[in-house]
Design a protein around this ligand. Sequence first.
Ligand code: TNX
Length: 553
Amino acid sequence: MKTKIAGLIFLSFAATIFAANINTLAIIPLPQKIALHDGTFNLAAGTRVYVDSASRATGKYLTERLRPSTGYPLKTSTKYFGSTAIPDGILLTTKNADTKLGPEGYELTVATNSIVIRAPTQAGLFYGVQTLFQLLPPEIFSTNLVSNVAWQIPCVQIEDWPRFKWRGFMLDVSRHFFSKPEVETFLDAMALHKMNVFHWHLTDDHGWRIEIKKYPKLTQVGAWRAGGGFGFDPKSTTAYGPDGRYGGFYTQDDVRDVVKYAAARHITIVPEIEMPGHATAALSAYPELGCTNGPFEPSMTAGIFYGIYDPAKEQTFVFLADVLTEVAQLFPGPYIHIGGDEVPKETWKNSADCQALMKREGLKNEEELQSWFTRRIEKIVNARGHSMIGWSEILQGGLAKNAAVMDWIGGAKEAAGAGHDVVMTPTAYCYFDFYQSTNQTAEPKAAAWGGPLTLNRMYAFEPMPTNVPPQLQSHILGAQGNLWTEQIPNLKHAEYMTFPRACALAEVTWSAKDSRDWDDFMRRLQIHVRRLDELNINYRHAAVETPEPNLLK
Ligand code: TNX
């Protein structure tokens, strides 16, 4: 019996030592260039991590992430000032880095007795560290000590950089409130996939989630609702309080913590404050800012968008300027998202004050009124040192001067043609709230107005719109997946909707277009989901167990 076990152990060791070929590597998103060499580097308790002083935080992140599973008391050291490999050491350095790798690129060299990650910036080094984790066995992500795994890293030479600079994920925390630790688990998952923009959808009809000191009622009143509103019992959600209220909000200290947590993972946060529509929660607190007297009630059901600010009241702009002042101070930028989607124009049509305003300003229709509103808001955003971004609809009636557009229902070509930057989030490819399969009865509840959006479809997404000519393509910053949460009352459900589709989107936005290979992605995904298992991230297992057809052929 003993010899049998020893034999098995030997066999599994032999497998890890000798079976290294390119098909055993499972990095997602796929790096730009990989060369695999013979041999492995053995991570051991005595391995040292050397950093130059600028790279100390990245080194600390590396050692802290390696500690729980390996149990190794790894420490970073700045005692070494050179820039070449050190025996038995992992060196992280920006010295002598090739600037051609760009602001997020890195080079990773694993030899049998040394590892070097070299990058022009800390973001690049951080991504090199992410790749290093994925060269180790998936158990490296365990939060518990793992004793039966050999921590071997295959010898490789990797050069890597992202295809797009915007690799985003949007979380709607208005329809369902996700706590600060829940938001942070998403930020960690983003880092694993080298995603770098977290779009935080902080306000909508169903809840105002960010503390604004000057307007305390926004969160005292607007952060709570009595009913679930989308066919579920609020008691069954994770944001139901013992006081019988459903919802929650982030204090400004919470926001600062999340901003810091994101920055440590090289993630920029784009806060979204919805206007002029999707404003019911704000109006439930300050009904005087609406066109009608309300009442405004955040417990409404889906599909009714009646909360809209009144642009004919100066008070509305005073309020929004005050809110944006506090938001601008909390988020280092560069963007503030002002929403702009699905504005119920009927309300403005029926308002004598709005009609009078339109006449005064020579505005032909309510679309132009929205554009007039958006231009005023853009000045406010710009004056606070930020750039404005909004959904497709901000194009209607004329686009504000420097605004960027988030294309969910079109507009990329027009916006790029007029010199504006664009982020692609088309519903057909980027909506994590859509069903992931045609068999809806076998799936947890999802948004059914679009989709299904299967994993292979997301993998076949091409962010660069075919109608944008080459000279304007630099305006397409990248792409983003959106998780709207009308149907999603807890974190595990949210993760299920997001993964593994986000793994596909990460590859679409990071890796070279011509390297996309569905079969190879599915091979790597089999290993990658073991990382998600270790990290306790939920995902749609069926997507991995029953591979879908290749849509790239
Ligand atoms: C459209 S996408 C919306 C959201 C909903 C989503 C549901 C966009 C800019 N607006 O308010 O949550 O559909 O799929």
